[in-house]
Design a binder for this molecule. Structure first.
Ligand SMILES: Cc1cc2nc3c(=O)[nH]c(=O)nc-3n(C[C@H](O)[C@H](O)[C@H](O)COP(=O)(O)OP(=O)(O)OC[C@H]3O[C@@H](n4cnc5c(N)ncnc54)[C@H](O)[C@@H]3O)c2cc1C
Length: 485
């Protein structure tokens, strides 16, 4: 395992290829747009050595028996996938927000374990051996990985092979004896600036016509031909601000990836054209990811509860008048966390060894993740007052004014001094309308996609038959045949 310091040093050594505002970021570990994300991932490395937190941040490798960072481990049991959830909730308690570099890439490698096992069994390929070797490298080096699943896509009503510009989806352009060449765009990818590796998988389940787009591999973040554009807004880069404008938060990073004929050596290629295996790969990914994402938003919800309590007190009020609202916030958090755990309890170990949560429950969870955290944000703002909504109090720089700074502090003073109240308000603002918001709606896929899975996996006819029996109905009650107009 790596210490936080070793992790930062290893990221610092990488070739600069991340851009923002048209300029190259020379060092992602110090640049204001990326530094806080690197720092928050560093914390997870450090906590791997903390006696109290180590059980959350580490796991035992089933491959070597060694203790490894949890985000490098193979998930083989309900306990392992719950470990994923619990680490995420805890990470939000540390930084208030998401830690992309220890999340999607880890899940992607886990589902590639299963897909490559199946491919090797059916097709006689040697992908699984490559995944095993890569896994050893991951464990031995304590690698941080982001996961690039989402393509730019182009026109949403057309398949990848039908797009005007083939680059809208990442694809293979050349197969060489020693590797493959890939090009195209992956978008909205979290945590790349703080990662050593990017794990790439197809963005959807595909058929034969879209064979070229069925590519999975691991690409170093600083690979030749890969350009990365950081997309977070400067107002979200808290590090650029000072005083009470900058909470001690983690800051997410998001990127567009431009693969311009990137060469990937054979040992890092885990799928190349095997379209039949893309559907299950994606189903397994979403089952693991959407089960755990309930813990992410619950973790942030916990901080929203704390921030709202602090605001009430800074306003001079007790928790009491707000207890019902605070209760509802806690209930929302436990619903998404618990639904995720439920899907893990009902999951199954695959013949490959991978443990996959129950899809129906995981996708039902995603629909709630796209809803309940927003209600929690509304309640946090409701309790806090207008000062926490958005931009309703002066900047830190204004407080320094010899002309009016003193008056601002006086005007802000309520149940607590002006600075304390401003800091409490800033955190609520950041969590509810600012850069701290994780991808509740579309992160991990759109809620409509999740609804489709709920529709497909719910046994409608079984329920109708059971209800008929209980009602004592003997007559046939079939679906009416649609009338053609
Ligand atoms: C904060 C955040 C973090 C993220 N992190 C990552 C990451 O680390 N890795 C990664 O790979 N991705 C990541 N994503 C991307 C995420 O997976 C996508 O945003 C998500 O899959 C939705 O895709 P989209 O944004 O292209 O929306 P779209 O696909 O454009 O969807 C927009 C709407 O149109 C609907 N729709 C789309 N296509 C159709 C159709 N054919 N017919 C009918 N309706 C349709 C959708 O259901 C949705 O309601 C992240 C996103 C966010 C917001």
């Amino acid at each position: 395992m790596m210490t936080g310091e070793q992790y930062v040093a290893s990221i610092k050594k990488m070739r600069p290829n991340v851009y923002k505002w048209g300029k190259l970021i020379e060092d992602v570990t110090t640049h204001p747009a990326t530094r806080l994300h690197v720092q928050s991932v560093k914390r997870s490395y450090d906590l791997s050595f903390d006696p109290e937190k180590a059980p959350v941040y580490t796991s035992k490798s089933p491959l070597t028996g060694e203790t490894v960072h949890r985000w490098n481990s193979l998930m083989q049991s309900a306990d392992d996938v719950m470990g994923n959830s619990n680490m995420k909730r805890e990470q939000y308690h540390q930084s208030g927000t998401c830690q992309g570099a220890t999340c999607a890439g880890w899940t992607a490698m886990n589902v590639l374990w299963d897909a490559t096992w199946q491919m090797d069994k059916d097709l006689g390929t040697n992908y699984h051996e490559r995944v095993k070797k890569f896994w050893k490298y991951m464990e031995d080096n304590g690698v941080a990985m982001s996961g690039a699943i989402t393509d730019a896509k182009g026109n949403r009503s057309q398949r990848p092979s039908q797009q005007k510009n083939k680059d809208s989806n990442l694809h293979v352009t050349e197969i060489r004896p020693d590797g493959i060449v890939i090009r195209g765009y992956k978008c909205q990818i979290c945590g790349v600036a703080a990662a050593h590796e990017i794990v790439v998988t197809p963005g959807s389940g595909y058929g034969e016509a879209d064979k070229d787009f069925c590519v999975a591999c691991a690409v170093p973040r600083d690979a030749k031909g890969l350009t990365i554009v950081e997309t977070r807004r400067p107002s979200d880069a808290r590090d650029e601000e000072e005083g009470w404008d900058a909470p001690k938060a983690g800051n997410i990073t998001q990127t567009f990836l431009i693969f311009d004929d990137v060469f990937v050596p054979t040992e890092r290629v885990f799928m190349c054209g095997e379209f039949k295996y893309t559907g299950k790969l994606l189903m397994n990914f979403t089952a693991i990811y959407r089960a755990a994402i309930g813990a992410c938003v619950a973790g942030q919800g916990d901080i929203m509860i704390g921030a709202a309590i602090n605001m009430a007190r800074a306003n001079g009020l007790s928790m009491r008048p707000f207890q019902e609202k605070l209760n509802q916030m806690a209930i929302n958090n436990e619903i998404t966390y618990g639904l995720g755990l439920g899907s893990m309890m009902r999951g199954k170990k695959q013949p490959s060894g991978l443990f996959v949560p129950d899809s129906l429950l995981a996708h039902a969870n995603k629909t709630q993740v796209a809803k309940l955290p927003y209600e929690t944000k509304v309640l946090a703002q409701d309790i806090s007052g207008g000062i926490a909504e958005t931009g309703c109090f002066p900047s830190w720089a204004d407080v320094q004014s010899p002309l009016y700074g003193k008056h601002i502090l006086e005007a802000l003073t309520a149940g607590a001094d002006g600075e304390t109240r401003a800091r409490a308000a800033r955190l609520v603002e950041w969590l509810t309308v600012g850069g701290g918001i994780p991808g509740c709606m579309h992160g991990g896929g759109s809620p409509d996609g999740a609804r489709l899975v709920v529709r497909a996996f719910t046994p409608w006819e079984q329920y109708a038959a059971e209800a008929k029996r209980i009602a004592g109905i003997a007559a046939e009650l079939a679906e009416p045949v649609p009338v053609k107009k």
